[in-house]
Design a protein around this ligand. Sequence first.
Ligand code: ADP
Length: 260
Amino acid sequence: MLLEKEPFYKPVGQELEIFEHAFKNRLPLLLKGPTGTGKSRFVEHMAHKKKKELFTVACHEETSATDLIGRYIIKGAETVWQDGPLTKAVRNGAILYLDEIAEARPDVIVAIHSLTDFRRILYLDKLGEEITASDEFMFIASFNPGYQRGFKELKPSTRQRFVSVGFEYPDTDAEIEIVRAESGVDHDIAKKLVKIGVKIRNLTELGLTETVSTRLLVDAGKLIHTGLAKRLSVEVAVVEPLTDDEDTLLALKDLVNLMI
Ligand code: ADP
Protein backbone atom coordinates (compact mmCIF):
# COMPACT_ATOMS: atom_id res chain seq x y z
CA MET A 1 0.00 0.00 0.00
CA LEU A 2 1.40 3.40 -0.98
CA LEU A 3 0.03 6.15 1.25
CA GLU A 4 -1.10 9.35 -0.46
CA LYS A 5 -1.17 11.76 2.45
CA GLU A 6 1.71 12.00 4.91
CA PRO A 7 0.52 10.40 8.13
CA PHE A 8 0.97 12.80 11.04
CA TYR A 9 3.71 11.66 13.36
CA LYS A 10 5.15 13.57 16.28
CA PRO A 11 8.66 12.31 17.08
CA VAL A 12 9.17 11.44 20.73
CA GLY A 13 12.88 10.65 20.67
CA GLN A 14 15.56 10.02 18.08
CA GLU A 15 13.60 7.39 16.19
CA LEU A 16 13.67 9.25 12.85
CA GLU A 17 17.43 9.45 12.84
CA ILE A 18 17.81 5.86 13.97
CA PHE A 19 15.50 4.73 11.19
CA GLU A 20 17.56 6.53 8.56
CA HIS A 21 20.76 4.93 9.74
CA ALA A 22 19.27 1.47 10.10
CA PHE A 23 17.98 1.81 6.55
CA LYS A 24 21.32 2.99 5.19
CA ASN A 25 23.05 0.06 6.83
CA ARG A 26 20.33 -2.38 5.80
CA LEU A 27 19.74 -3.40 9.40
CA PRO A 28 16.33 -4.64 10.56
CA LEU A 29 14.54 -2.52 13.13
CA LEU A 30 12.62 -3.63 16.23
CA LEU A 31 10.18 -1.17 17.78
CA LYS A 32 9.65 -2.06 21.42
CA GLY A 33 6.95 -0.60 23.60
CA PRO A 34 3.40 -0.78 24.90
CA THR A 35 0.42 -0.73 22.60
CA GLY A 36 -0.85 2.63 21.37
CA THR A 37 2.47 4.47 21.57
CA GLY A 38 2.69 5.30 17.89
CA LYS A 39 4.83 2.43 16.56
CA SER A 40 2.60 1.66 13.60
CA ARG A 41 2.06 5.33 12.89
CA PHE A 42 5.81 5.85 12.90
CA VAL A 43 6.27 3.10 10.32
CA GLU A 44 3.51 4.56 8.11
CA HIS A 45 5.08 7.98 8.41
CA MET A 46 8.54 6.73 7.48
CA ALA A 47 7.24 4.65 4.59
CA HIS A 48 5.61 7.78 3.21
CA LYS A 49 8.72 9.82 3.76
CA LYS A 50 10.91 7.31 1.97
CA LYS A 51 8.24 6.88 -0.74
CA LYS A 52 8.15 3.20 -0.10
CA GLU A 53 5.45 0.64 -0.37
CA LEU A 54 4.48 -0.75 3.03
CA PHE A 55 3.29 -4.27 3.78
CA THR A 56 1.93 -4.63 7.31
CA VAL A 57 1.15 -7.96 8.93
CA ALA A 58 -0.64 -7.92 12.29
CA CYS A 59 0.72 -11.12 13.83
CA HIS A 60 -1.43 -13.40 15.95
CA GLU A 61 -0.93 -16.89 17.31
CA GLU A 62 -1.93 -18.53 14.02
CA THR A 63 0.37 -16.42 11.84
CA SER A 64 2.72 -18.84 10.11
CA ALA A 65 5.67 -18.64 7.73
CA THR A 66 3.32 -19.69 4.92
CA ASP A 67 1.14 -16.63 5.58
CA LEU A 68 4.20 -14.44 5.09
CA ILE A 69 6.00 -16.27 2.31
CA GLY A 70 3.14 -17.49 0.16
CA ARG A 71 1.27 -20.61 -0.84
CA TYR A 72 -0.15 -22.53 -3.76
CA ILE A 73 -3.80 -21.76 -4.34
CA ILE A 74 -6.28 -23.45 -6.62
CA LYS A 75 -7.48 -21.26 -9.46
CA GLY A 76 -9.97 -22.99 -11.74
CA ALA A 77 -8.28 -26.21 -12.82
CA GLU A 78 -4.81 -24.95 -11.97
CA THR A 79 -2.66 -24.64 -8.92
CA VAL A 80 -0.86 -21.30 -8.88
CA TRP A 81 1.70 -19.84 -6.53
CA GLN A 82 0.74 -16.68 -4.66
CA ASP A 83 3.42 -14.56 -3.00
CA GLY A 84 2.75 -13.62 0.60
CA PRO A 85 3.42 -10.09 1.92
CA LEU A 86 7.00 -10.83 2.93
CA THR A 87 7.90 -12.19 -0.50
CA LYS A 88 6.17 -9.27 -2.20
CA ALA A 89 8.06 -6.79 -0.02
CA VAL A 90 11.39 -8.47 -0.74
CA ARG A 91 10.72 -8.62 -4.48
CA ASN A 92 9.52 -5.00 -4.64
CA GLY A 93 12.14 -3.45 -2.36
CA ALA A 94 9.41 -2.36 0.04
CA ILE A 95 9.06 -2.17 3.84
CA LEU A 96 7.68 -5.18 5.65
CA TYR A 97 6.24 -4.42 9.08
CA LEU A 98 5.48 -7.36 11.35
CA ASP A 99 3.33 -5.92 14.09
CA GLU A 100 3.58 -7.90 17.37
CA ILE A 101 6.14 -10.35 16.06
CA ALA A 102 6.26 -12.31 19.33
CA GLU A 103 2.68 -13.42 18.76
CA ALA A 104 3.51 -15.28 15.55
CA ARG A 105 4.24 -19.00 15.33
CA PRO A 106 7.89 -20.04 15.78
CA ASP A 107 8.31 -20.95 12.09
CA VAL A 108 7.99 -17.24 11.28
CA ILE A 109 11.15 -16.55 13.25
CA VAL A 110 12.93 -19.37 11.41
CA ALA A 111 11.77 -18.03 8.03
CA ILE A 112 13.12 -14.54 8.66
CA HIS A 113 16.53 -15.59 10.01
CA SER A 114 18.47 -15.47 6.76
CA LEU A 115 16.67 -12.28 5.82
CA THR A 116 17.52 -10.40 8.99
CA ASP A 117 21.25 -11.05 8.94
CA PHE A 118 24.01 -10.12 6.51
CA ARG A 119 22.72 -12.59 3.92
CA ARG A 120 19.39 -10.84 3.36
CA ILE A 121 18.12 -13.92 1.59
CA LEU A 122 14.59 -15.25 1.61
CA TYR A 123 14.23 -18.96 0.90
CA LEU A 124 11.08 -20.02 -0.86
CA ASP A 125 11.28 -23.73 -0.09
CA LYS A 126 8.12 -24.65 -1.95
CA LEU A 127 9.38 -23.00 -5.14
CA GLY A 128 12.97 -24.11 -4.70
CA GLU A 129 13.89 -20.45 -5.07
CA GLU A 130 15.90 -17.97 -3.07
CA ILE A 131 15.62 -14.22 -3.39
CA THR A 132 18.26 -11.76 -2.30
CA ALA A 133 16.68 -8.60 -0.98
CA SER A 134 17.63 -5.39 -2.75
CA ASP A 135 19.11 -2.49 -0.80
CA GLU A 136 15.66 -0.94 -0.82
CA PHE A 137 14.03 -3.67 1.25
CA MET A 138 13.59 -2.99 4.96
CA PHE A 139 12.39 -5.29 7.70
CA ILE A 140 10.64 -3.80 10.74
CA ALA A 141 8.95 -5.59 13.61
CA SER A 142 7.20 -4.46 16.76
CA PHE A 143 7.14 -6.08 20.14
CA ASN A 144 5.38 -5.27 23.38
CA PRO A 145 7.75 -6.38 26.14
CA GLY A 146 5.69 -5.84 29.26
CA TYR A 147 2.51 -7.41 28.17
CA GLN A 148 1.27 -10.89 29.15
CA ARG A 149 4.31 -11.14 31.34
CA GLY A 150 6.56 -13.98 30.50
CA PHE A 151 4.86 -16.08 27.94
CA LYS A 152 5.21 -14.30 24.64
CA GLU A 153 8.83 -13.30 24.81
CA LEU A 154 11.30 -12.90 22.01
CA LYS A 155 14.33 -15.12 22.23
CA PRO A 156 17.63 -13.28 22.71
CA SER A 157 18.89 -14.87 19.49
CA THR A 158 16.04 -13.19 17.64
CA ARG A 159 16.23 -9.87 19.45
CA GLN A 160 19.90 -9.55 18.73
CA ARG A 161 19.23 -9.49 14.99
CA PHE A 162 17.58 -6.11 15.28
CA VAL A 163 18.50 -2.54 15.99
CA SER A 164 15.97 -1.78 18.72
CA VAL A 165 14.16 1.43 19.53
CA GLY A 166 12.12 1.81 22.72
CA PHE A 167 8.75 3.56 22.43
CA GLU A 168 7.30 5.09 25.55
CA TYR A 169 4.46 7.48 26.26
CA PRO A 170 5.34 10.94 24.95
CA ASP A 171 6.05 13.78 27.36
CA THR A 172 3.07 15.93 28.31
CA ASP A 173 3.47 18.69 25.72
CA ALA A 174 4.05 16.26 22.88
CA GLU A 175 1.08 14.16 23.94
CA ILE A 176 -1.18 17.22 24.09
CA GLU A 177 -0.12 18.07 20.56
CA ILE A 178 -0.83 14.54 19.37
CA VAL A 179 -4.27 14.41 21.02
CA ARG A 180 -5.16 17.79 19.51
CA ALA A 181 -3.96 16.96 16.04
CA GLU A 182 -5.51 13.51 15.96
CA SER A 183 -8.89 14.25 17.53
CA GLY A 184 -9.57 17.90 16.75
CA VAL A 185 -10.26 18.95 20.37
CA ASP A 186 -8.87 22.26 21.62
CA HIS A 187 -5.75 22.66 23.71
CA ASP A 188 -7.63 22.88 27.00
CA ILE A 189 -9.46 19.58 26.54
CA ALA A 190 -6.36 17.86 25.17
CA LYS A 191 -4.48 19.01 28.26
CA LYS A 192 -7.15 17.60 30.57
CA LEU A 193 -7.16 14.28 28.75
CA VAL A 194 -3.39 14.00 28.94
CA LYS A 195 -3.49 14.87 32.64
CA ILE A 196 -5.94 12.01 33.18
CA GLY A 197 -3.68 9.69 31.22
CA VAL A 198 -0.62 10.62 33.25
CA LYS A 199 -2.52 10.27 36.51
CA ILE A 200 -3.79 6.77 35.71
CA ARG A 201 -0.36 5.68 34.45
CA ASN A 202 1.06 6.62 37.82
CA LEU A 203 -1.48 4.48 39.69
CA THR A 204 0.75 1.42 39.55
CA GLU A 205 -0.97 -0.02 42.63
CA LEU A 206 -4.01 -0.83 40.49
CA GLY A 207 -1.96 -3.51 38.78
CA LEU A 208 -3.48 -2.91 35.34
CA THR A 209 -2.04 -5.19 32.66
CA GLU A 210 -1.97 -2.32 30.20
CA THR A 211 -2.34 1.31 31.11
CA VAL A 212 -3.68 4.37 29.29
CA SER A 213 -2.11 4.69 25.85
CA THR A 214 -2.02 7.75 23.66
CA ARG A 215 -4.47 5.91 21.41
CA LEU A 216 -7.10 5.83 24.18
CA LEU A 217 -6.70 9.55 24.84
CA VAL A 218 -7.04 10.26 21.12
CA ASP A 219 -10.20 8.15 21.01
CA ALA A 220 -11.69 10.04 23.96
CA GLY A 221 -10.83 13.31 22.20
CA LYS A 222 -12.57 12.13 19.02
CA LEU A 223 -15.78 11.33 20.92
CA ILE A 224 -15.71 14.71 22.65
CA HIS A 225 -15.03 16.42 19.35
CA THR A 226 -18.14 14.93 17.77
CA GLY A 227 -20.24 16.02 20.74
CA LEU A 228 -20.39 13.15 23.24
CA ALA A 229 -20.37 14.38 26.84
CA LYS A 230 -16.82 14.71 28.17
CA ARG A 231 -17.13 12.42 31.19
CA LEU A 232 -18.92 9.77 29.22
CA SER A 233 -16.29 9.98 26.48
CA VAL A 234 -13.50 9.40 28.95
CA GLU A 235 -15.39 6.59 30.66
CA VAL A 236 -16.01 4.63 27.48
CA ALA A 237 -12.78 5.40 25.63
CA VAL A 238 -10.28 5.39 28.49
CA VAL A 239 -11.61 3.76 31.67
CA GLU A 240 -13.72 0.84 30.42
CA PRO A 241 -11.07 -0.52 28.03
CA LEU A 242 -8.56 -0.75 30.88
CA THR A 243 -10.25 -3.24 33.20
CA ASP A 244 -13.36 -5.31 33.93
CA ASP A 245 -12.85 -5.24 37.68
CA GLU A 246 -15.86 -3.45 39.19
CA ASP A 247 -14.00 -1.84 42.11
CA THR A 248 -11.21 -0.57 39.91
CA LEU A 249 -13.73 0.77 37.40
CA LEU A 250 -15.56 2.66 40.12
CA ALA A 251 -12.37 4.12 41.53
CA LEU A 252 -11.19 5.21 38.08
CA LYS A 253 -14.54 6.73 37.16
CA ASP A 254 -14.59 8.75 40.40
CA LEU A 255 -11.11 9.98 39.71
CA VAL A 256 -11.88 10.92 36.13
CA ASN A 257 -15.06 12.75 37.09
CA LEU A 258 -13.02 14.98 39.34
CA MET A 259 -10.62 15.78 36.55
CA ILE A 260 -12.91 16.64 33.65
P1 ADP B 1 1.08 1.11 18.29
O1 ADP B 1 1.43 0.65 16.90
O2 ADP B 1 2.28 1.46 19.12
O3 ADP B 1 0.14 0.19 19.01
P2 ADP B 1 -0.29 3.25 16.90
O4 ADP B 1 0.79 3.71 16.00
O5 ADP B 1 -1.40 2.46 16.31
O6 ADP B 1 0.30 2.49 18.17
O7 ADP B 1 -0.85 4.57 17.62
C1 ADP B 1 -2.19 4.64 18.07
C2 ADP B 1 -2.71 6.02 17.82
O8 ADP B 1 -2.11 6.94 18.73
C3 ADP B 1 -2.41 6.55 16.43
O9 ADP B 1 -3.44 6.22 15.54
C4 ADP B 1 -2.30 8.04 16.66
O10 ADP B 1 -3.60 8.62 16.66
C5 ADP B 1 -1.78 8.17 18.08
N1 ADP B 1 -0.34 8.38 18.26
C6 ADP B 1 0.42 7.81 19.22
N2 ADP B 1 1.67 8.28 19.19
C7 ADP B 1 1.72 9.18 18.17
C8 ADP B 1 2.75 10.05 17.65
N3 ADP B 1 3.98 10.05 18.18
N4 ADP B 1 2.43 10.87 16.63
C9 ADP B 1 1.19 10.85 16.10
N5 ADP B 1 0.18 10.08 16.55
C10 ADP B 1 0.43 9.25 17.58
